[in-house]
Ligand binder design. Structure first.
Ligand code: ZN
Length: 138
């Protein structure tokens, strides 16, 4: 069995951002030389997510509005975690949006359903953070 590991780095200009990382994951899969197997992609930070959905700007604004209703960033003092930090909302948003995804690798390609794309969801940005890509198979 072959095994491939890579860390992808991100540094967003704003506190919250959704980035389509599908092209980078495609590149990782090419580098791995794996044709049949599984590809795991996970955020390595507890205030960021990796998830799969549609690359549609209206939907991305809907995610932002929905997450801000569930766990508003402000006022900061509404959260007990913010005695030490200001990012309680980012921890909650990350938990809702998920830590990782696993995509099947078939015939050397990511085996997606219709419109599926992989996103990095940043909820406490403006600093360097990582995503782990692990691919195993033959
Ligand atoms: Zn925190």
């Amino acid at each position: 069995m072959k095994s491939y590991r890579k860390e992808l780095w991100f540094n967003t200009g704003s506190r919250r951002e959704l980035i389509n990382i599908t092209p980078q994951i495609d590149q990782c899969l090419k580098e791995s030389g794996i044709n049949e197997g599984l590809c795991l992609i996970n955020a390595m930070h507890i205030t960021a997510s990796v998830f799969i959905n549609d690359d549609e700007p209206g939907l991305h604004q809907d995610f932002e509005n929905w997450l801000e209703k569930l766990a508003p960033e402000k006022p900061y003092e509404q959260y007990r975690h913010n005695n030490y930090e200001d990012n309680a909302d980012a921890h909650l948003k990350r938990t809702v949006m998920g830590r990782e995804v696993v995509v099947a690798v078939t015939g050397g390609k990511l085996d997606f359903g219709p419109w599926e794309q992989i996103f990095y969801g940043e909820f406490d940005g403006k600093r360097r953070k990582r995503v782990l890509v692990k691919i195993i198979g033959e």
